[in-house]
Write a protein that binds this ligand. Structure first.
Ligand code: NJP
Length: 230
């Protein structure tokens, strides 16, 4: 039985990926701050699930979560580092505390989470899926601070890959997705340009079925209703 860790599993893309992985027969370690949502999710999944409070912006929370998950399962094969937040505004207007929150979650949180599970992933020749963004390699007005945290995340993923060739690192770069991201409400019509979180999970399902000696390093996916921009 393969074991997968999903961070930010309480809603949105992380939740859809957790459901897909359960369907694929993975045992799951799920982390997020909304523990009630994790509990409800775990109850509906037909696989072994360990869930625990996780705040990736706090080093001690990441260490505690990783220690408990590794103790529970003995090791992990797949880490989906998905937890992320978004605040938007012109660079001269965005609040310092919002920029710092994004750095703590999107950038340092990703680094901490990968670091905590890396020894086990190396032992098992595992895979890391880092959910960044289609903006991890472009910029747009009012997105500068968020985008900077995702470019930095991309740099971390690539450096982790160079330093750890025995682990496969995939940067998953979704465009707009119909979730709770940045305070939005799910349920938008497809024509507004948003993928459904389940569609992101389906794309990942396909990639995970490839032979273990194939390393997909990057996947960018967007709705056909979203303007292509690079
Ligand atoms: O957003 P949402 P998505 N510690 O808000 C968790 C990227 N992305 O699914 O802690 C631990 O529905 C939060 O859990 P909770 C985006 O940057 C999205 O769309 O309980 N977990 C929840 O489960 C992010 O990296 C779009 O509040 C923390 C989850 O993160 C990823 O996709 C476009 C946390 C967020 O769920 C998933 O976001 C794009 C913390 N400190 C990239 N803070 C898009 N939706 O349009 C938050 O290009 N979480």
């Amino acid at each position: 039985m393969k074991v997968a860790v999903v961070t930010g599993a309480s809603k949105g893309i992380g939740r859809a990926i957790a459901e897909m992985l359960a369907d694929e027969g993975y045992s799951l370690a799920l982390g997020a701050r909304s523990i009630e949502d994790l509990k409800k999710l775990a109850e509906g999944l037909e696989t072994e699930v360990f869930y625990h409070y996780l705040d990736v912006s706090r080093p001690e929370s990441v260490d505690d979560f990783a220690e408990r998950a590794l103790k529970h399962f003995g090791g992990v094969d797949l880490l989906v580092a998905n937890a992320g937040v978004g605040y938007f505004g012109r660079l001269e207007e965005i609040r310092g505390e919002d920029f710092e929150k994004m750095l703590q979650v999107n950038t340092l949180g990703l680094w901490r989470t990968v670091k905590a599970f890396l020894p086990s992933l190396k032992k098992r020749k595992g895979t890391v899926v880092a959910v960044t963004s289609d903006v991890s390699a472009r910029v747009f007005p009012r997105g500068g601070a968020y985008v900077a945290t995702k470019w930095a995340a991309r740099a971390l993923v690539r450096t982790f890959q160079l330093e750890n060739p025995e682990v496969r690192f995939l940067e998953l770069r979704p465009g707009a997705v119909d979730t709770h991201f940045a305070g939005s409400r799910p349920g938008k019509p497809k024509e507004h340009g948003f993928l459904k979180p389940e569609e992101v999970a389906e794309a990942l399902r396909c990639l995970l079925k490839l032979p273990s000696d194939v390393r997909v390093e990057e996947l960018m996916l967007r709705s056909v209703y979203q303007k292509p921009e690079y």
